[in-house]
Ligand binder design. Structure first.
Ligand code: ARG
Length: 571
């Protein structure tokens, strides 16, 4: 149940007014509070306390209200009935959306032959949680790993391979596309070194740079040898990408379709653009002008064909939108990248509008902030290099292992991996997406405080209580008078649905992460103050408390799953 919505709808109906309802942290005076009397006082011609007294009399008639009272200058406090809470608190269930949307989500978006780096962390983790949230809310979510698999860097990689193996058949003029090339293969780690090596060389060697650029254009135009070598290294790179994705426990992408797939739609998109007279020649290239008279910041044109006739990153994104339009026909397309790509998406969305492909409000770019080291600068490994995603995962594993050793626990490697992953992911999810944050492998693995391990630890604790109690429950009746801690916990549980909705609507994964943390705090306070198995606890109270443990566990487990974490067997 979405408690907040239920209570506020009933109150609005009863008072015939739109009530601003608050759910205070401290529930000493009530579970909900409102200033409705103070807001409506002008039109009512009464003083706020008088009006509040009238309202309170009406509110008392609602069947879920234990009592309503006036406080201070005219606030109203509302306390819920225990039996209402007992009756309605339940484990979360998948929600059926009133208006299910088809939502394409573009995240991850890794690059072929370039290992995943720290910049891919947030798009992967947050993208995955938004995907899971949308799915939980009943939308049709379709994920795209829009790979960088067709642009500039492909020419660099092929040029580097040619440099290493000039005698390979792919580079000869008599190349036979029907030959057997199965003996040519690459080690994925080595493959990832080609682009950086080539890019470094291109800085000083213009002939090499031009050759690499030419290769990209020829690759796109169907050069048989380049395409053959591409078809060898591309699947190797994709497999290693997917290995990393799997190690992050991310729902597999519905589509591993990137720039290359998009480029297949160049002809129909070009036609649309030409039909609207939007393609402009400029220095041998062809561009689309997206500037508007109202712009008060630079708005460069979008490059459709570069001077070599290749379709660059900007252009393939137009084709990718076209592809999604003719396949999924989505209500929304959400892109998740580093905020430094904001201008690119603003340009893209303008093109989509110019082509009448999508209305502006159907397209959404979420630009996330940078992950920094303790010096406030983008996070680097100890040797000063940009950190690879695998480096980061390893660092957190080492820190988690040290924490576990420190605590004297004996846990197997699988469990430590689960803890490490939770540490990394939870930390990423709990920060405001649009801001930068500081990453410190040691603090994220702490078993206390706002951390992934604390969340998992609480879940493990609930599981173990339930396991011990399994055969011990004598009563089925769950309706004892609630203590403060029970009440706080149950009301938080009943706020789960609203949290999921708000988190998804605002594309704010921090809401779900911080909800989970608050839930754990309340669970642990409840556990501390409300004994369950102690001999002096009567059967009915015990049954009630076990019921609370069960719904708390199910709610926490759902939140954990939405964050893409897994609960270890023991901890
Ligand atoms: N591959 C790009 C990168 O690593 C991100 C692509 C984002 N998605 C898109 N449709 N442009 O920066």
């Amino acid at each position: 149940m979405n408690l907040y919505k239920y209570v506020s709808d009933k109150i609005n109906e009863k008072l015939g007014a739109t009530v601003n309802l608050e759910s205070p942290r401290n529930r000493e005076f009530g579970d909900f509070a409102t200033n409705v009397a103070m807001v409506n006082v002008k039109s009512a011609g009464k003083n706020p306390r008088e009006l509040a007294t009238d309202y309170v009399a009406k509110l008392a008639e609602l069947d879920f209200v234990e009592n309503a009272s006036v406080a201070g200058p005219g606030f109203i406090n509302i306390k819920l009935r225990d039996d209402f809470i007992w009756k309605n608190v339940a484990a979360p269930e998948q929600i059926t959306a009133d208006k299910p949307l088809v939502i394409d989500m573009d995240y991850g978006a890794y690059n072929v032959a370039k290992s995943l780096h720290i910049g891919h962390l947030r798009t992967s983790i947050v993208g995955d949680t938004l995907y899971r949230l949308g799915r939980f809310l009943g939308h049709k979510m379709i994920s795209y790993n829009h790979m960088g698999d067709w642009g500039r860097s492909m020419g660099f990689v092929i040029a580097w391979i040619e440099r290493l193996h000039p005698d390979w058949p792919f580079f000869q003029s008599n190349f036979d596309p029907d030959g057997d090339y199965s003996k040519y293969t690459f080690d994925p780690a080595e493959l990832d070194t080609y682009y950086p090596s080539a890019a470094a060389l291109a800085k000083t060697d213009t002939a090499f740079l031009e050759h690499a650029q030419m290769i990209t254009a020829e690759l796109q135009q169907g050069h048989a040898g380049y395409n053959a070598i591409y078809n060898i290294f591309m699947p190797i790179s994709l497999a290693s990408m997917n290995k990393t994705v799997k190690s992050l426990n991310i729902v597999p992408f519905d589509n591993d379709l990137g720039e290359r797939n998009a480029a297949k739609y160049t002809a129909p998109v070009e036609k649309m653009i030409r039909d609207k007279n939007l393609l402009v020649k400029s220095d041998g290239a062809e561009i689309i002008i997206v500037k508007r008279d109202t712009d008060n910041k630079p708005m460069p044109p979008v490059m459709f064909y570069n001077s070599r006739g290749a379709v660059p990153y900007d252009a393939t994104d137009i084709m990718a939108l076209y592809y999604r339009k003719i396949t999924d026909n989505p209500d929304k397309v959400i892109y998740l990248t580093d905020k430094r790509q904001s201008l690119h998406f603003e340009q893209l969305f303008r093109v989509a509008e110019l082509l009448n492909m999508f209305p502006a409000d159907a397209l959404e770019h979420i630009g996330y902030g940078t992950i920094n080291g303790s010096d406030g600068k983008p996070f680097k490994t100890r040797d000063g290099n940009a950190a690879g995603l695998n480096d980061i995962i390893d660092m957190v594993r080492v820190a988690a292992r040290a924490r576990v050793a420190e605590s004297g626990k004996k846990l197997d490697d699988e469990t430590i991996d689960e803890i490490a992953l939770a540490a990394l992911k939870f930390n990423d999810l709990m920060h405001d997406l649009r801001s930068d944050y500081i990453f410190d492998p040691d603090s994220v693995t702490s078993f206390e405080g706002r951390t992934g391990p604390y969340i998992l630890y609480t879940a493990v604790r609930l599981n173990s209580i339930l396991k011990k109690a399994e055969t011990n429950q004598k009563s089925e009746i769950v309706n004892h008078k609630l203590t403060v801690d029970e009440r706080n916990l149950l009301i938080q549980i009943m706020d789960f649905e609203r949290t999921v909705l708000t988190a998804f609507d605002n594309r704010a994964t921090d809401l779900i992460a911080n909800y989970a943390y608050d839930l754990c705090q309340l669970i642990n306070t409840f556990y501390h103050n409300c004994p369950i198995m102690r001999d002096d606890i009567d059967d009915k109270t015990r049954a009630g408390r076990l019921h609370i443990v069960r719904v708390a566990r199910d709610t926490l487990a759902t939140a954990i799953d939405l964050m893409g974490l897994t609960v270890p067997r023991e901890m």
